[in-house]
Design a protein around this ligand. Structure first.
Ligand code: SF4
Length: 350
């Protein structure tokens, strides 16, 4: 073998598992480069956007953990934006959704395909992931891992250092690039073995495994998405709509229209930036939220959106509140409406 170092590409989220996987392989003399995919549904990316809009959020919760891990292990990390291509995966997943609207199998196939391309580009020989057998019900069972590899064309090329001893040897092991004996046989949902390993190798700071970092696994987000799926042809979904599902309170006003009411100034600003041709509502005499109404908005829908705006403004106790509606082409109208009561709001809430 020549002296040239073997190179591998790590699919790096920067969480505990992928950080450990990278370190294990680096310690075997492999040169590692990291890739991190931005799907448009990452909670951290969204929080960062909200900070840009003035929201007060803990700075730790908005940092890019993949870049942090890259800096920690001194490896380059490339963030790859796949958000445009991702809409098709989201709306039309061949292998369906998980518990919410998470198309994890299709998502992993797509990311592995992309990583294979990247591997070619940088002259790497194999892929590293932090996957742990049995840790996630949809994408980390033996069968689905195999399916993902087959469909992406990466069969045998994906090394999972944390569970390798429980899996078929990969090219990296059979070729002797990495020593299988120095890999691990972790499985299941407990993070204890990984935490023990982290403390052994001196990895003190890593993000705590939260309920997930992907909007698509969030039940509230999923409910809103499913509402859109059942009222609109999936193919006509726009990125603005998907973005708006992340903010505000959502109300199904009627079969053809829905309203989104901002919960704070940062959300109002983000909604304004994504308003497109939606009708905007604001209170004129009291402080209140921005409401957006989308769809085919008849008079009844307009009135309901105005009443919702009044309900979530400072005039909610008043008998009547003035609400201005503005259309994207400059049209304006002021409506005087009764703020909606809570039971009525709840009936429409998505
Ligand atoms: S949770 Fe599933 S859908 Fe979301 S990024 Fe991970 S694999 Fe993809």
């Amino acid at each position: 073998m020549s002296d040239e170092k073997i190179r591998a590409v790590a699919m790096l989220s920067g969480g505990l598992d992928s950080s450990l996987a990278v370190k294990i392989v680096i310690d075997q003399g492999i040169e590692v480069v990291g890739v991190n995919y931005s799907t448009g549904f990452c909670l951290t990316d969204h929080r960062r956007k909200m900070v840009g809009m003035g929201a007060e959020i803990d700075p730790k919760s908005v940092r890019n953990e993949a870049l942090q891990a890259g800096a920690r292990w001194r490896i380059p990390v490339e963030i790859i934006d796949i958000s445009k291509e991702y809409m098709d995966i989201l709306t039309n997943p061949r292998y369906g959704y998980g518990k919410n609207v998470n198309p994890c199998i299709d998502c992993r196939i797509f990311m592995q395909k992309k990583t294979l391309e990247y591997m070619e580009k940088v002259g790497a020989r194999f892929i590293i992931t932090g996957e742990v057998l049995g840790q996630r019900p949809m994408s980390q069972m033996k069968q689905s891992m195999h399916l993902i590899e087959m469909r992406s064309g990466a069969e045998g090329k994906v090394l999972r250092p944390l569970s390798a001893k429980l899996l078929k040897p990969t090219i990296a092991e059979t070729q002797g690039w990495v020593d299988r004996k120095k890999l691990f046989g972790f499985k299941g949902r407990s993070r204890k073995p990984q935490m023990e390993l982290a403390s052994k190798i001196g990895l003190a700071e890593y993000p705590q495994p939260a309920g997930g970092c992907c909007f698509l696994t969030d039940p509230n987000y999923a409910r809103r998405m499913q509402d859109l799926f059942s009222h609109q042809d999936k193919k006509t979904l726009t990125t603005e709509q998907v973005m708006l599902l992340k903010v505000g309170r959502h109300f199904r006003v009627d079969n053809r229209s829905k309203a989104v009411v901002g919960r704070n100034e940062a959300e109002n600003l983000l909604m304004e930036s994504q308003a497109g041709d939606r009708i905007r509502f604001n209170c004129t005499e009291v402080v209140g939220p921005l409401t957006l109404l989308e769809g085919e908005c008849g008079d009844k829908a307009v009135e309901l959106a105005a009443r919702l705006t009044a309900r979530y403004g400072d005039g909610k106790q008043l008998d009547k509140v003035e609400v201005k509606m503005e259309t994207h082409d400059g049209g304006e109208r002021v409506l005087t409406v009764e703020p909606m009561d809570d039971p009525e709001c709840d009936r429409m809430r998505i």
